[in-house]
Structures are given as structure tokens and as C-alpha cells.
Design a binder for this molecule. Structure first.
Ligand SMILES: [Zn+2]
Length: 91
């Protein structure tokens, strides 16, 4: 689990996600399944905490140690797009 504070945090992970061309499956808003290198899927949860922080959780070992994994980066890029759509839908 890590708290997303800046885009820079994600840069390396995004580059990796693009290189690998991982697949992201939409489960529900804030919940995504991202394909790992061995063909398995990791569940990634993106949510806002009560204090307004962006919390990202991934099931992989890297994320357990607090690292920004490419699964999280891939899920976040989808999540941010969906969140924007939601906002415009409300307006
Ligand atoms: Zn991960």
C-alpha cells in the first residue's frame, strides 16, 4: 500500500506498464485487476481516505513493501480517467 503524493512517484512504474503492455480489467469503480508478468492477475484498489489522501493498494509483493508497482500505475491511469468522467457527469 502506498499513498500517492505526486505524479513523479508513478513515472517509472508507468514506463514499465507501457513497456509490458499489461492489461487492466475493470471490476468496479476503484477496483481493478491488473495482469502480472506470469499471467496472474493482481487486484488493485484505489481510494480516497477520509483525510483526502489517495491510497493505492495492490496485492503484489512489491506493493506490500510500499513500492509503487506497475500494476498500481496501470490501474491508476484507468481510475483517473473514470474519475474525470464521473465528475463531468455530475456537472
Ligand atoms: Zn502490484
Amino acid at each position: 500500500m502506498f499513498i500517492l503524493k505526486s505524479k513523479e512517484q508513478l513515472e517509472k512504474a508507468i514506463t514499465k506498464a507501457k513497456k509490458i503492455r499489461t492489461k487492466v480489467r475493470f471490476l468496479s469503480f476503484g477496483n481493478y485487476a491488473v495482469k502480472g508478468t506470469s499471467g496472474n492477475f493482481y487486484t488493485v484498489r484505489c481510494e480516497r481516505t477520509a483525510t483526502g489522501e489517495r491510497k493505492v493498494e495492490c496485492e503484489c509483493r512489491g506493493a506490500e513493501k510500499g513500492l509503487v508497482c506497475y500494476h498500481a500505475a496501470a490501474a491508476l491511469s484507468l481510475h483517473v480517467g473514470l474519475a474525470k468522467q464521473r465528475q463531468t457527469a455530475i456537472v
